[in-house]
Design a protein around this ligand. Structure first.
Ligand SMILES: NC(=O)c1ccc[n+]([C@@H]2O[C@H](COP(=O)([O-])OP(=O)(O)OC[C@H]3O[C@@H](n4cnc5c(N)ncnc54)[C@H](OP(=O)(O)O)[C@@H]3O)[C@@H](O)[C@H]2O)c1
Length: 289
């Protein structure tokens, strides 16, 4: 791609101060985009902004703060984004984490469920007018960072917050299943609107995530360390889905990708569950819109 390929485009990247989010944000900046980094921690966010400006020379990098375990916080941040950026070409729903034990937020949601799914669902719903505005001129895109971990188990709609039988991997896997189901249902709902939604698995990537989710994540990280992809390799499909002119990325059509190819999803990732998850999520976020 030419160095100015994304000039004039507005990108929003969540979880942009670390790992594949930071790598992708830096690449979008390098290609000339205006990039809004969404981060939870002001210091880490400011450091990421400064690093991207220093390494790319692109000064159109801004910072927005939200803790994704709080829908109120995400809603407020989305309002600021909408005020500042009325046209959003690409939204990258990438923020996500692993939680070693079950906790419940002040708003009453299990932490992994709200941080990895409900918050990006709310953010997408709130930013949709700005994304549709961009789509009047050129293809707009919404990319969700999912995971192979979604194969863990099917959703239980009677217990989305895993009050029974919580495990770190089950909570994480189901949240990543929600990401790919959301991309699929979103595409269905946006048919004919010049917006493409997609999701992807980055691979097992050497990022700080392995040190943030308690003992099990740390142990897994140690065991898998030498087999892991670099952050650059793990970001490749992400950047491709979010920016390539390649016909396959422009036509991603709600699907789930790995290494730039459409990949199989779990048998239980049904269209019926995608639709039901959408309806339930809409009800849960309604007070925060
Ligand atoms: N690494 C892998 O092997 C792998 C594999 C499959 C999928 N993924 C997915 O890839 C995405 C990026 O992860 P990564 O591997 O790049 O890890 P990372 O370096 O830890 O990046 C995760 C980003 O999400 C942010 N985040 C996490 N919880 C948040 C919250 N409650 N509110 C706001 N921001 C929050 C983090 O902020 P802080 O820096 O403040 O924590 C960080 O910026 C995640 O969605 C993850 O599930 C990763």
């Amino acid at each position: 791609m030419s160095q100015a390929a994304l000039s004039g485009k507005n990108y929003v990247v969540t979880g942009a101060n670390s790992g594949i989010g930071l790598f992708a944000a830096r690449r979008f900046a390098e290609l000339g985009a205006n990039v809004a980094l969404v981060c939870r921690n002001e210091k880490r966010g400011c450091e990421a902004v400064a690093e991207i400006i220093a390494t790319t020379g692109n000064e159109n990098i801004s910072l927005y703060l939200a803790d994704f375990s709080s829908l109120s916080s995400v809603s407020e941040m989305a309002d600021s984004l909408l005020r500042d950026i009325p046209k959003i070409d690409v939204l990258c729903n990438n923020a996500g984490g692993v939680n070693g034990s079950r906790t419940v937020s002040d708003e009453g949601f299990e932490t992994t469920f709200v941080s990895n799914h409900l918050s990006s669902f709310l953010l997408t719903k709130k930013l949709l007018p700005a994304i549709l505005h961009a789509a009047d001129e050129d293809l707009a895109r919404i990319v969700f960072t999912s995971s192979y971990g979604h194969f863990n188990s099917a959703l239980d709609f009677e217990d989305l917050g895993l009050a029974e039988g919580y495990s770190t991997l089950k909570a994480y896997g189901r949240s990543k299943l929600m990401n790919l189901l959301t991309a699929r249902e979103l595409q269905h709902r946006l048919a004919g609107k010049n917006v493409v939604a997609s999701s992807f698995h980055p691979g097992t990537v050497r990022t700080p995530i392995w040190n943030k989710g308690g003992a099990l994540a740390r142990l897994l990280g140690l065991v898998l360390y030498s087999f892991m992809k670099s952050v650059g390799q793990g970001s490749d499909t992400f950047i491709w889905l979010a920016s390539s002119e390649d016909i396959a990325s422009r036509g991603a059509d709600g699907h789930y990708f790995y290494e730039r190819k459409r990949a199989e999803t779990a048998k239980f990732s049904t269209d019926a569950d995608a639709k039901r998850l959408w309806q339930v999520s809409e009800e849960l976020i309604a007070p925060y819109l």
